[in-house]
Design a protein around this ligand. Sequence first.
Ligand SMILES: C=C(O[C@@H]1C=C(C(=O)O)C=C[C@H]1O)C(=O)O
Ligand SMILES: [Mg+2]
Length: 463
Amino acid sequence: MIEIKEDQLEHILDRAIQSISSDDVLQLVSITKSINKTDPLTFFDGVKTLKKDRIFWTSTTDEFCLAGVGSAYEISADEARFEITEDRWNSLLDEAIIYNPYQVPGTGVVALGGMAFDPKKKQTALWKKFKPSQFTIPEYMLTKNENSYYFTVNIVVKKDDHPVQLAKGIMEAEAVIFSNQTSASGNAAISKKKEIKPEQWKETVRQATEEIREKQTEKIVLAREMRLKFNKHAEIGQIIKNLMDTQSNSYVFAFEKGEDCFVGATPERLVKLENEHLLSTCLAGTAPRGATPAEDKKISNDLLHDDKNRQEHDFVVEMIKQSIKKYCTDINIPEEPVIYPLKNLQHLYTPVTAILKNSYSIFDIIKQLHPTPALGGTPKKEAMEFIREHELLDRGWYGAPVGWLDSNKNGEFAVAIRSGLIQGNEASLFAGCGVVKNSNPEAEYEETNIKFLPMLSVLGGQA
Ligand SMILES: C=C(O[C@@H]1C=C(C(=O)O)C=C[C@H]1O)C(=O)O
Ligand SMILES: [Mg+2]
């Protein structure tokens, strides 16, 4: 399946080790090969035997998937996280030895990761495994791009490393990865479900509407948490499978850190970059799906013309437009939103396309956009202060950018909503909604209830 032979691998590693000038240089070697069709979920389940953290990502269709295991190199940052991450990424690539004849997006050196919604909010024990910003270059990674499949090995070599030993370790791991056809072991069932302080949350919504009426802000997004217990350990591979089976038009992602795993199926693109073509999305304004096509159509129509939802949406459109102006040319934003249908709900949707000026990177765009008023509010600073002070929740990575970027300036980031933190046989789910001046706390509460459904339904096993 894999063309590269052990002696070639040894040779590549040997040359890389020889080229290291000093003891403290970290030299990344990355080797990509084209492989036969390999199901990303089977790969994800198979690499479990390596007992290392795994990462999974699909785009909104399963035409594009990444699955990785282990960490050849990690870039984490706290303060100035965008700048530090970009600097370290660029220095790593400057030195890296990359064998990738394909140049297909998502192959070669790829960093996958995410970040905390608000690094200024006090971190609780809930998110202790997740850093304010954390990107991983996996040791082994599968890329599915349309009907082509690629396997990448990444390894950081040091001056005194032994090429023969390293090559042997890699070949052994590959044998394990591709021989192991374990499949997911079935759904866990929810044995206990607890909403965290729902009445207090509604009161916070009311306070936010007051704040808005007093003209401190225009929109504030407030989220809440639901805590679950299962009858056994939840199986991440099974959860991903259920999400892929049920949540179309959504990015399915999983970031594993030991026993904890942040998983979700989010419809919200933050930014996609392919050959300087930029695509962003305004997604805000929500209604349930109808039981019949006629009812569904009526709900869509009402949503498209509902003042309160249009307001929630328009704040996002305006902010994205203003934020990318300096960084892009050829910005194209339709005048009116359309409906974005999902299994359990529907949203107002406006796509944004542009060309990124070549002096800027995906990090510049993420930094400008996060958080959009879809997850923070308007104005950004005031809304964030309100959330920091009043929201009862440590959002952790919920509501923040998660995604990947490669060494050829391609990448895609989604906003991590419709998600949960799985912790063995327990989990926390998160859902929020945009509060504007005439929000009704009870109606917003109901809206968050439908936003819990994508995760709840796949966790209970009654998808
Ligand atoms: C905050 C969430 O979703 C966001 C809020 C929406 C709204 O209030 O209408 C719609 C989509 C997202 O922008 C969530 O799902 O947790
Ligand atoms: Mg809403």
